[in-house]
Design a protein around this ligand. Structure first.
Ligand code: B1M
Length: 214
């Protein structure tokens, strides 16, 4: 019985059917299912499938955005129940696009995927200066900071930000993950970032790896 409704929740999320998902989440709660099971096995389960399909080019940006929107709708219903049950986010991640760069579509996808995987995500926007990344990480006690760059001319700002975290004495407490179309693993290694993800779904795997979570 509970398996069936969790399966339906996953399906509704993958298809991006927000109103149906809200109804199913409410029904599952009314049936006495634990909020954490609904989140993990229903919603995050469905989002992981979308992430895996996105990596294999079986679905594209619009499908991911629609699924993420449904996830947010489901979360509206689930939030109170999760907090009543004392369920906490896995960790906090601050994500932004680096200084000089206004591209935010990829960054937004990364935020949505991380949220879908159970992280508390603080989106610090675009054109983010090193000081703002550092201040956000401190304010939100983030374990991980994600930086996105889409222009070859703004990749240098990533190095400045990584150096800034070192100079601020935060390198041991805060891991840094970088990504964006012109960014590569070798560039990430060169600037001393802790991790690199080629796409939004991989960003979840990299975040889990860097923070020792699953
Ligand atoms: Co811009 N733009 N743009 N642009 N733009 C590119 C990036 C460009 C490749 C186009 C081209 O010339 N072919 C080119 C860059 C050339 C270069 O540097 N090598 C370019 C340029 C030159 C510019 C301007 C300078 C143009 C001008 O004004 N002369 C200007 C710069 C403005 C600025 O930022 N200061 C500019 C402006 C714009 C718009 C405002 C018009 C618009 C942005 C709208 C917005 O973001 N809200 C725009 C767009 C849309 C693009 C293209 C067409 C699409 C980018 C995109 O959203 N892709 C792009 C060309 C292209 O890619 N075909 C282009 C979809 C998105 C899902 O992919 O962002 O790569 P992406 O994210 C992926 C991965 O990279 C990864 O995950 C995502 C999902 O899988 N990822 C991460 C991203 N961030 C990550 C972070 C992570 C991990 C993974 O960890 C933290």
């Amino acid at each position: 019985m509970s398996e069936a409704i969790l399966e339906q929740i996953s399906e509704a999320l993958m298809k991006g059917r927000a109103p149906q998902l809200k109804e199913l989440v409410q029904r599952a709660l009314d049936q006495g299912l634990e909020a954490e099971r609904i989140l993990q096995e229903g919603m995050i389960g469905g989002m992981s499938v979308i992430g895996a399909k996105f990596k294999r080019n079986e679905v594209y940006v619009p499908e991911v955005l629609i699924a993420a929107r449904a996830m947010n709708a489901g979360m509206e219903i689930l939030k109170q129940a999760l907090s009543d049950a004392g369920v906490k986010a896995k960790a906090t991640v601050c994500v932004g696009t680096v200084k000089g760069d206004l591209h935010d579509i990829g960054k937004n996808l990364v935020c949505m995927m991380l949220e879908g995987a159970g992280y508390e995500v603080v989106d610090i926007g675009v054109n983010v200066e090193t000081e703002k990344f550092i201040a956000a990480a401190r304010e939100h006690q983030a374990g991980l900071v994600g930086m996105s760059a889409l222009l070859t001319t703004t990749m240098g700002a990533m190095k400045a930000a990584v150096d800034g975290f070192k100079e601020a004495g935060l390198a041991d407490q805060v891991k840094i993950m970088v990504g964006g179309a012109p960014v590569t693993q070798s560039f990430a290694d060169e600037i001393g970032a802790d991790g690199y993800a080629p796409d939004a779904a991989s960003a979840v795997d990299v975040a889990n790896g860097l923070l020792g979570l699953s």
